[in-house]
Design a protein around this ligand. Structure first.
Ligand code: ATP
Ligand code: MG
Length: 392
């Protein structure tokens, strides 16, 4: 039994649309995992039945929009049958001397209150296993009993889901994906809010560490596990020519800002061409020189005002980001050789737009954009694997 969260706040028609997408995403995740199951959609609950309940529960608990999954027993909607099944279920887990609580719930069914259901189920359990005590605040064992129109649901376990909104409800965005830890987490967070995320990675074998591209592809592959059954795209833009020019700019301090502006200019072009609704970045306030508020503003200002730049990690501490990265399995212990040799010794901490624009006059930005946009390669990942192009 899967519970979906926030969708409850939506109007009926929006809910219908969201739950339809949610059900479709669940089906795709189960198919990708090779699991056969029947899915039924009810108010606030999705009932999934199949043989391999443990694997089904694990798979469904990773679908965005789901807040929790429980392996449950389904009975008829008959009150006495629900109580009997609950007593049978609980008696297998309880021993004399233990404390327990029944957590009752009623939905779309009349004739009794949920308190009455809790009390009567509790006394049935009591009869079955002598020597129990009810403790509603801190019980040894808790059983959830739901009387619903479609049947009774009995469970004592729950796997937490990611929550958020079903992927596909909020449109397509383009995420700047690096070889690092932050941008995959930022991408995951917008996915969690319902966005379909495509990626762009900027690479230069000449100026970036040898493992940079490989690490970004690993990030892509890991992220694709969160939308099982959907292939995920990453455009890799080679920016050697741009760096060849950038390293010759006399003032070195603004290099990272000029670089990020260049990345965002290209990203904005791709957004326009492909119809994305926003750009996503893994910026984090004050983490490095290019991520001070004033520098973020200098960098962002090259993006047209109608393209939002979403930066989900802006307020996160590094530990918080790392914690999520570990949880969502995008964290890599060995970063490898992913440094950038263009980074100056003393980057500007709070540059002015004027000084950056002045430096950029030494570059033919438009021409360099054209050149770089001709040197792109598309990658696709599906269910944790890079599926195209095949580079083996
Ligand atoms: P990350 O861990 O995501 O690399 P970071 O803390 O190392 O982030 P920066 O290297 O300053 O920070 O990059 C800030 C953001 O710019 C990244 O989160 C990412 O969105 C984008 N970015 C940086 N380098 C690249 C790249 N080579 N290709 C695509 N996007 C990039
Ligand atoms: Mg980085």
């Amino acid at each position: 039994m899967a519970k979906y969260g926030e969708l409850f706040l939506k109007s009926e028609s929006v809910q219908r649309y969201y739950t339809k997408l949610l059900t479709k995403n669940i089906r795709m995740a189960l198919n990708a995992a090779g699991l056969k199951a029947d899915i039924e959609l009810h108010r606030g609950r999705i009932l999934i039945s199949g043989d391999n309940t443990k694997d089904i529960a694990d798979t469904v608990s990773k679908v965005f929009g789901i807040v929790g999954v429980s392996i449950a027993v389904l009975t008829s909607p008959e009150r006495s049958e629900i109580e009997e099944a609950a007593a049978e279920f609980a008696s297998k887990k309880l021993k004399s001397g233990m404390t327990f609580a029944v957590r009752p719930r009623r939905s779309n069914i009349t004739g009794f209150t949920s308190q009455e259901l809790g009390a009567s189920t509790g006394s049935r359990i009591y009869q079955r296993v002598p020597g129990l005590t009810v403790n509603l605040t801190d019980p040894d064992y808790e059983i959830f009993v739901e009387a619903r129109k479609e049947g009774g649901l009995i469970y004592d376990n729950s796997i937490e889901g990611p929550g958020g909104l079903p992927v596909g409800t909020q449109g397509k965005v383009l995420s700047l994906l690096s070889a690092g830890i932050d941008s995959p987490v930022a991408s995951w967070l917008v996915m969690k809010r319902g966005c379909i995320v495509s990626y762009v990675h900027f690479n230069s074998e000449k100026y970036m560490g040898a493992d940079t591209k490989k690490a970004s592809l690993e990030n892509l592959a890991n992220l694709s596990l969160w939308t099982p059954g959907h292939s995920v795209e990453m455009v890799c833009v080679k920016i050697d020519k741009f760096y060849d020019s950038l390293v010759n700019v006399e003032n070195q301090k603004n290099r990272c800002l000029i670089c990020k502006r260049f990345m965002l200019r290209i990203a904005s072009e791709i957004v326009r061409k492909e119809g994305y609704l926003a750009i996503v970045m893994g910026n984090n306030l004050g983490q490095v020189a290019s991520q001070t508020l004033s520098n973020i503003s200098v960098v962002e200002s090259v993006v047209p005002p109608d393209i939002p730049v979403i930066q989900p990690l802006i307020t996160y501490d590094k530990e918080e980001t790392v914690k999520i990265a570990r949880k969502i399995k995008t964290f890599r212990n060995l970063a490898g050789d992913v440094g950038c040799s263009v980074v100056p010794k003393h980057p500007a901490v709070s540059a002015t737009s004027e000084s950056v624009i002045e430096d950029e006059k030494e570059l033919d930005i438009k021409e360099l954009m054209k050149i770089c946009l001709l040197d792109v390669k598309k990658y696709r990942a599906l269910n944790g694997e890079i599926i195209s192009p095949d580079e083996s």
